[in-house]
Each structure stands twice: as structure tokens, then as C-alpha cells.
Design a protein around this ligand. Structure first.
Ligand code: ADP
Length: 358
């Protein structure tokens, strides 16, 4: 098995006019690691992935693949010399080539010995479940099948780095889930390092060994999914990775990891990841997984059920409390709309941040 590239991006900058698409961004990816870069539209994800591919030149900063510097400012090693492959949102298959020929094209480009082509093509197409569709042209394939061909093309030469540019965005929900699992399995099977960009937090959490949250051309936090969820380093990271709602209050006491916040009559215990002071006004951001209707535990707040959504495994409730509303409060049974009940909020899954200045 090939070992993937170890990637090091140092202080990467790229401006478009006055706008900094990459604002001194640094990022490390270990060999064989699957990194997902998660951020809103316009945060610099495509610029970064295109710079790694070598199709965009940096203004300054460096990119290393192992010990090899492939970008130093605008000095660039050509894309075909980087031992990588990319999967795009719009598949980017050649329309006049069959599925097999599309996959084979990657081998030709990488100058593989031609006597190995047919064997490797068949192997790659069967890995994505398309061994019987080799002679079909892209227009004779569904969107999901076309993306599988693109995936086969990406893995056929077993590159050291796989780049994924929102590859599931154009597909239906059930297909997205299946293809996500294939991407995850195949990438790990060939041992490649991977960088996957998306604005979809559920995709990021499902795929990643590490998630980098990007905002305005810089990484705000890079860590394992569990750390991003339980200890978001900034308010932006917390908001972008999913909250059920927030309560505003005043810090009453602080320990190293936790703080107690007074919300009018109730006290709520929360984590904090940035320095806070007693008496400071804060927002407590509540993760959906923090909330439950269990009758034990700390942080119990009276609430009224305002909405119920059936989710197969159970029900997600929207609730109103004296201090604000929350969504996604899960239970296996449904609570009656308009009824009053208490919710419990796990102190380890709600995080206090200084009040946002308007
Ligand atoms: P994302 O992939 O996160 O949506 P991009 O990397 O595409 O973000 O874009 C980052 C910023 O750079 C955006 O504000 C975008 O409008 C701008 N930008 C990207 N490419 C160009 C370009 N070729 N010319 C001018 N501005 C660009």
C-alpha cells in the first residue's frame, strides 16, 4: 500500500484584488489522514484545494508534500507532478469517452505502463460497483454513477493525495450517504491522505479524522470531530457546527473547564473554551446533543413544547423556555404540543462565549 503524502501548508496567502481568499492559512495533514475542511461559501475552501492541486498559485507561503516544497509563493510544481487526484462536484468526466476510457485517461496522464491499463481499469470500476458499465458514456449514466466513475478515475493510479471538492453536493440524500461511505472506505483502503471540502457539517463529522473549520481565509480550529463538537475554540466554530439555540446570562463563578451562568432565576452550568470573568455577560450555546427530557441531571429548565418533527428513530421537539427557544430536543416518544415539561441540558455539551457585540 502507498503511504499518503504528509502535507504542510505554511502561511498561505492569496488575494483577489483587496479580498484575502487565503489569509495566512496554515494546515498540517499527517500521512494517510482524512481531513475535512468545513466552512461557509466564500471562506476560501476552493482556493485552498486548488492551490494544493497546483491549479492555483499562491501569492506567498509554502506547501510541502513530505520534504518536497511544491509551492513557494507563485512558484509551482505542475499538477501532474504532484501524485494526486481530484474529485469535483460536477464529476468533470470527458463526455466523448466511455467510463473505462475516462478511468484509463488518468493512467495515461500518469504514464503508467499500457499493458497494465485494462486490468487496473476493471479493478477500479469494480471497486465502485460499475464493472458492467465500462462501455457506457457519461450521458448513459446517472449522476451517482458518473460520480462513481470519477471516484474510480481518482483512485486507479493509487495517488498519495486525494482531493474532494464538495463531491456529494449534486446528489440525492440517500445516494449521498452511500457514496460518502464509499469515499471514506476507498480512500482509507488505498492509504492516501485526503482533503475534502464541504459546507455540510454532517458530512464533515461523518468523514473526518480531523476537521478544520475555515472562516475568511483562515483556519479557526483544527481537531478531531469530538473535540470540535465538545470544545469549539471560537463562537464561529460552535455556530457553524450546529447549535440547538442559546441562552444569554451573567457568569456567576468559573473553574478551569466550567462556569456557572445565571439566567434570571435559573443557574446553568456550561463549559468555556475562551477566558471569561465573573460578572461578564455571555451566551451559552447549546449543542442539540446536550438536550434531553431525562428526569435526572443538572441544568433543568422548564419549557413548553412548540413543535414536533417525526425522525424515524423518534421525535425532535422545538421548545420555548423563559430564556429562549431550542430546537432538536430528541425523545423516542412524542410530547404533546403546548404541554409544559422540563428539559435537561448536559453541561459538557453547552459552551459559554462572551456576548456578541452588535
Ligand atoms: P469557497 O470555496 O469557500 O466558497 P472560494 O475559495 O471559492 O470559497 O472563494 C473565496 C473568496 O475568493 C470568495 O470571496 C470568492 O468570491 C473569491 N474568489 C474566488 N475565486 C476568485 C476569482 N477567480 N476572482 C475573484 N475572486 C475570487
Amino acid at each position: 500500500m502507498n503511504l499518503g503524502h504528509q502535507i504542510r501548508i505554511l502561511e498561505a496567502r492569496k488575494n483577489y484584488g483587496a479580498l484575502a481568499a487565503l489569509n495566512g492559512l496554515s494546515l498540517d495533514i499527517k500521512a494517510g489522514e482524512f481531513t475535512v475542511l468545513l466552512g461557509p461559501s466564500g471562506s476560501g475552501k476552493s482556493t485552498l484545494i486548488r492551490s494544493l492541486a497546483g491549479i492555483e498559485k499562491l501569492d506567498s507561503g509554502s506547501i510541502y508534500f513530505g520534504d518536497h516544497e511544491v509551492s513557494r509563493g507563485p512558484l509551482n510544481v505542475a499538477p501532474e507532478k504532484r501524485d494526486l487526484a481530484m474529485v469535483f462536484q460536477d464529476y468533470a468526466l470527458w463526455p466523448h469517452l466511455t467510463a473505462s476510457e475516462n478511468v484509463g485517461y488518468a493512467l495515461k496522464r500518469r504514464r503508467f505502463p499500457s499493458d497494465k491499463y485494462s486490468q487496473l481499469i476493471i479493478e477500479a470500476l469494480s471497486r465502485v460497483g460499475l464493472e458492467s458499465k465500462g462501455e457506457n458514456y457519461p450521458h448513459q449514466l446517472s449522476g451517482g454513477e458518473q460520480q462513481r466513475v470519477a471516484l474510480a478515475r481518482a483512485i486507479v493510479a493509487k495517488p498519495a493525495l486525494l482531493l474532494f471538492d464538495e463531491p456529494l453536493s449534486n446528489l440525492d440524500a440517500d445516494l449521498r450517504e452511500r457514496l460518502r461511505i464509499e469515499i471514506s472506505t476507498l480512500t482509507r483502503e488505498i492509504g492516501a491522505s485526503a482533503l475534502y471540502i464541504t459546507h455540510d457539517q454532517s458530512e464533515a463529522f461523518a468523514l473526518a479524522d480531523q476537521i478544520g473549520v475555515i472562516n475568511k481565509g483562515s483556519i479557526e480550529q483544527i481537531a478531531a470531530p469530538e473535540v470540535i463538537y465538545d470544545r469549539p475554540a471560537t463562537r464561529f466554530v460552535a455556530n457553524f457546527t450546529g447549535t440547538a439555540g442559546k441562552f444569554t446570562g451573567v457568569v456567576k463563578s468559573i473553574s478551569k473547564k466550567n462556569c456557572t451562568v445565571s439566567l434570571g432565576k435559573d443557574l446553568i452550568k456550561a463549559r468555556h473554551t475562551v477566558p471569561l470573568e465573573v460578572g461578564q455577560e455571555v451566551d451559552v450555546l447549546v449543542r442539540p446533543a446536550a438536550t434531553s427530557f431525562t428526569i435526572e441531571g443538572q441544568n433543568r429548565i422548564s419549557s413548553v413544547i412548540t413543535d414536533i418533527a417525526y425522525r424515524g428513530r423518534g421525535y425532535e421537539h422545538a421548545i420555548d423556555t423563559k430564556y429562549g427557544s431550542l430546537t432538536g430536543v430528541f425523545d423516542t416518544i412524542s410530547h404533546q404540543r403546548g404541554s409544559t415539561t422540563e428539559v435537561t441540558i448536559d453541561p459538557d455539551k453547552c459552551i459559554a462565549f462572551p456576548l456578541e457585540k452588535k
